[in-house]
Design a protein around this ligand. Structure first.
Ligand SMILES: [Zn+2]
Length: 722
């Protein structure tokens, strides 16, 4: 299951042209569930879990208490005799393996989080589970194993269509998100004495059971996120009556929980092309002063989602508009406390709308009815239709550039996660790159659209994207070998998490699009992958295979280099020899040799004399034309990673020409190759990867002659004929 371990086998290197070897032995054999072209096989199946949940929020002691009924559908060809359920909150208990497997030395600088875990704030956390019962109320035996729970069934669920319905009750303390750094939790605002809740991983959730792993019941240590089946949700959330609730799905009882004014404003928002306030800042400030003793129950329904999250506070300002996604109206909304303004009111919902439109263009039309951005203590976390985002202005409302760009980027990122992994539902517990990498790549493309938007007058162009451009990954690719693991590494074992699972795969895709395949081939293949696997569970091989099958380009060398190895790109120009018949060849900045024109002349004449072949005058130029120059260039691959060779030839007259040589140029010798470039004017300098497309970690050896620094002195001297 772990391709990385497989790759480390010594026999990996036993073949000569290893770097161009097909991936065959690294990928699972195609079968009836997953086809050789990367699409779901003709007998592809997946499980389903429907939830009915009642939950109530206790604002006095920050606890949740809930009861849920799960109907589990077994579409697999196997009978299932036990169910595995995820109890993610157990990670926050001090007996958890998350805590026990943390390593630390006294000389290290303690992080705030480490300190909090030590201090034992987590001792009250984790689930209290009770009343696990079947549809008739009969108790079901269960066993809790860390963050997982096994429920034993009275009899197996029949293959291909059997179902089982069961219920359970639970409660847990909500964590202080600022202390524990979870993906959800509360924030307390001492000035007005209110809480803001972002509630996630809050109910026992079914594990994925699939054709690859059986049950994906690998423990949750904190990194590897969630593997979840699709299903329909009906959730009733009881909160203090003065709270505003945002949640996955569509509100079912708006007339009961919203005021007439709020309902009227929602109608207005449907017709508006900019965000309309449903709850104004003034109203939110008033709400902050109230302390309702009664409660309201907000009911939401969501179809075909893999999870459900929500947020609640009396502090919420709420704005909304509808965005047109290829003819279908989708709600874009934001919920934020006054502490987020003016930034949040100006930007959040606009960023949501732009993200839905841009991602839809590269994948599939956003299929859900709503997308929500909530501002609270969690800096960035995604759920179906709702996400939690940071980026808070200074207390005086001023917004440093850093905060502004971080806020725009994180909203794009978390809304973007609706596509990967909420809809293209990969196994996050195993492969972080399949959602974070893809998402960071599309985040980059979306960020580049921001400066064109009317609401983004204060955004610089081009947008200062952190991840995406090849050159931005160079510092990571320079890391010491023991500080890196391949992208194809299980989530919990990744070193340099952000660079490995977000930055490197995003950059790899960007390089595929810009440099290897081009926009047309890449976009077609990537869209094919997204459309094939939307509302399904893809694996890495499904992606690798689809990209090759749909583009018609063999990319096994690319997956090997970028995803299965840690080698960096470091190509060098080792030497250049200039062959010319010109008398003033001593002006050349390269080692010069006389072009052996007789050799070519004799060969062509011999061919003409002994065969019917006749060379044209243009072809005979090779030995007739005194103005031709031949540059024999030797390249060394010092980094190991196979990449195309992109060469700029700079001429004495100030013009230049770019030659793009495919990666296959390395297929007979992946360490050293030579290539001859023929020009009809003298070259003054040769520059490798002139536009920084390949993430080459050492560019000092990318220029020849060496002392030529792009527009250096020799170049000017030569131009002036000195
Ligand atoms: Zn992410």
């Amino acid at each position: 299951m772990q391709a990385y371990a497989q790759q480390q086998k010594p026999e990996y290197r036993k073949y000569p042209a290893t770097k161009f070897e097909q991936l065959d032995e690294l990928l699972p054999t195609p079968n009836v569930y997953r086809a050789a072209d990367g699409s779901p096989g003709h007998e592809y199946w997946q499980q389903r879990a429907d939830y009915k949940i009642q939950v109530s929020l206790n604002d006095e002691n920050q606890t949740l208490k809930g009861s849920e009924t799960i109907t589990y559908y077994n579409h697999s060809p196997n009978a299932i005799s036990y169910l595995w359920v995820q109890l993610d909150q157990n990670r926050f208990h001090k007996e958890s393996n998350t805590y026990k497997s943390m390593t630390f030395e006294m000389d290290d600088n303690p992080s705030y989080q480490t300190m909090m875990w030590w201090a034992g704030v987590n001792s009250e956390h984790g689930y209290k589970i009770s009343n696990v019962r079947d549809a008739n109320g009969k108790p079901l035996p269960y066993t809790i194993v860390g963050t997982m729970m096994r429920i034993d069934l009275p009899q197996p669920i029949a293959p291909k269509g059997g179902t089982f319905t069961f219920s359970l009750d639970w409660e847990h303390k909500i964590i202080d998100a600022n202390k524990m750094g979870g993906r959800g939790g509360y924030e307390y605002f001492p000035e007005d004495g209110n809480y803001l809740y972002e509630i996630a991983q809050w109910f026992p959730r079914m594990c994925v059971y699939d054709d690859v792993n059986g049950w994906q019941n690998k423990q949750f240590l904190g990194r590897g996120e969630f593997a979840l089946p699709f299903g329909n949700y009906e959730v009733a959330i009881t909160v203090p009556a003065d709270h505003i609730v945002a949640a996955t799905g569509e509100l079912q009882n708006a007339k009961e929980v919203l005021s007439k004014t709020q309902l009227k404003r929602l109608e207005e928002a449907k017709k508006s092309d900019k965000p309309v306030l449903i709850v104004t800042e003034e109203e939110a400030r008033e709400n902050e002063k109230s302390r309702a003793k009664n409660t309201k129950t907000w009911v939401f329904k969501a179809e075909n989602v893999r999870d459900f999250a929500w947020a609640s506070s009396r502090k919420f300002i709420w704005d909304a508009m509808q965005v047109d996604v290829n003819g279908r109206k989708v709600w874009a909304m934001s919920f934020y406390p006054k502490e987020g303004n003016p930034l949040w009111g100006e930007k959040s919902t606009n960023v949501v709308a732009l993200t839905l439109k841009t991602y839809s263009r590269y994948t599939f039309d956003y299929p859900y009815p709503v997308a929500i951005s909530v501002h609270g203590p969690v800096f960035g976390m995604e759920y179906p239709m709702i996400c939690f985002n940071g980026g808070r202005p200074n207390p005086d409302g001023s917004v440093p550039d850093r905060t502004k760009y971080a806020m725009i980027s994180v909203i794009i990122h978390e809304v973007g996660h609706n596509f990967f992994p909420m809809i293209v539902n990969s196994d996050e517990r195993q492969w972080t790159w399949m959602d974070e990498g893809f998402n960071s790549f599309l985040q980059y493309l979306t960020e580049q659209e921001v400066p064109k938007q009317a609401w983004a007058k204060d955004v610089v162009s081009p947008y200062p994207s952190r991840r995406g451009p090849a050159k931005n990954i160079v510092p990571y690719m320079k890391s010491a070998p023991d500080q890196m693991v391949p992208i194809m590494t299980n989530s919990e074992q990744i070193l340099q998490f952000g660079n490995n699972a977000y930055g490197k795969p995003a950059t790899a895709l960007n390089i595929l699009r810009e440099t290897i395949l081009g926009h047309e081939l890449f976009d077609y293949a990537f869209k094919t992958y997204a459309q094939r696997w939307k509302f399904k569970h893809p694996q890495p091989a499904d992606f690798f295979r689809t990209m090759e099958d749909a583009s018609g380009v063999d990319l096994d060398w690319f997956w090997r280099g970028w995803f299965y190895s840690t080698e960096p790109c470091d190509i060098a120009i080792a030497s250049v020899v200039h062959y010319t018949a010109q008398k003033d060849s001593d002006k050349s900045p390269f080692e010069t040799k006389v072009f052996p024109k007789e050799k070519y002349q004799q060969m062509m004449e011999r061919i003409e004399a002994t065969s019917g072949v006749r060379f044209t005058a243009a072809e005979k130029r090779i030995y007739n034309d005194e103005n031709l120059h031949f540059y024999s260039v030797k390249f060394k691959n010092e980094g190991g990673l196979i990449m195309p060779v992109i060469v700029e030839l700079k001429f004495t007259d100030g013009t230049s020409r770019i030659e793009r040589l495919p990666a296959e140029i390395w297929r007979y010798n992946d360490q050293e190759i030579s290539k001859v470039f023929v020009t009809d004017k003298p070259v003054v300098a040769i520059v490798l990867d002139p536009n920084e497309e390949t993430a080459d970690i050492d560019t000092t050896d990318n220029v020849f002659p060496r002392e030529e620094k792009a527009e250096g002195s020799k170049f000017d001297e030569f131009k002036q004929g000195k």
